[in-house]
Design a protein around this ligand. Sequence first.
Ligand code: 3PG
Ligand code: CO
Length: 519
Amino acid sequence: MDGSPGILLILDGWGHAPAAPGNALAAAASPFLDALVGDPAGLLLEASGGAVGLPEGVVGNSEIGHMVMGAGRPLEYDSLLVQRQAESGALRTHPVLRDVCGRLVREGGTLHLVGLCSDGRIHADIGHLPEVLRAVRAAGLERCAIHAITDGRDVPEGTSGRYLSALTTMTEEIGVGFVAGVIGRDYAMDKSGRDDLTAKASRLLLDGAAERTAPDAESAVRGHDHDGSVPPTAVTDPAGTPTTVRDGDVILFMNFRSDRTAPLVDRVADDLASDGRTRVRLLSLGRYDTRAEVPALVPRADASGGVADALEEAGVRSLRIAEREKFDHVTFFFNGRDARRRTGEEHVLVPPAADGPVQDHPEMNIDALGRAVVEGAGRGDVGLVVANLANMDVVGHTGSYEATCRAVTAVDRVAARICAAARDSGHWVLLVGDHGNAEQMLTSPEDGSAPRPYGGHTRNPVPCALVTADGARPAAPAGAAIPSIGPTVLHLLGVPVPAGMSAPSLFTLRSRQGALDDL
Ligand code: 3PG
Ligand code: CO
């Protein structure tokens, strides 16, 4: 390493948009970040759609964001790979799906489809369902039960009824499939370790065990305020009987992103084993990081050969620091979706500051996190600190504008403190967002009604800035995207850039654009 040590500070949910109602970044007191970004904002990186390996026009997310920064190249994300198979017809004719449906026809079994019922395209896309239903229909399988998870997080609140009715229409048009159960994502996609919630989702799926019943999918959510917290609801047949998973049935999990679905999949596998339903087969669309062995219909892209491997090779020590919500992102995802801790890699998991809804404590434990970053960098033996300041995204997801403004101010304060300490100790700090969120907390419904609170991600570009001992400077030329962060970090450290890192570093880009002067 012949560069200098530094800090990669990932500001989760830090997107850029012009000042407008609902822009928490523009409104909140954040003098440090405002000065870094400038007005008009000069230097922004793309963090959504094709620039990072998502389908065109799809909002960025933290998984792909951290993966492409770590890999130093755009990766074909699971949603893109599934989408491609759906568009080309390969999903409809998928040999595994065909064989599974054929066997269920012969044995009189049921195919169960489980998935988030929306088109937020972060965890799932309801648009993939028609192709699977067409495969089912082509195989002549009559029993296909759909277990719908309601969203309200990756899409605006209050939209579940619309998605469920689109689902019903879809099954009627294709001529196969019925909704067997409806449950909010707070239960079925919990990743905070609330096993009681996951267990309810598993028992609804496997046994039809519910807190209430409904005659059809839409009635399951009618009158319910929060899409994510719709209680376990069995959609029963006219005789009031719920659907259950019988031994020999097949369950296909349709969510392509693993983090929030893996706990349910493992719980279902455990429940099936303890019930003795050993012939139930589990499948998924995209691959999951589960204990249970679950074959995926669509293989994953290889994300190896990134920053983590280059640091290990060069013998550079790194420190990864985050609160629980983004801990896997600065470790597992940044390392190419690989659980192997590289030689010289240390992890700091910052504990939560308080219990209860995050909008009541939007600062989370950011002060402790900031201290850990400063102490870690100050140790002297650490080449790179990678830290995630999660507040703008985690609080942004609540849809609360006021709480998100407080989150912005907290991030601003701690980012300023880290940069000041880094300047004193001779570290550079590269600040970047992984995707937008806090800069757009309102959405305008298509029906022209008044703007409504919005807690989801956005397609906006993200700011990027390099702070060095001799002052703060913007780091990126125009037209760059977040995969360039990987080679830029290695360049600053003076570590050789691996051949597979195809994204140009921001320095390379800048010199290509003929402005060598200010980096
Ligand atoms: C979530 O899982 O919390 C959201 O759907 C996506 O958020 P993330 O991509 O920022 O983790
Ligand atoms: Co998010």
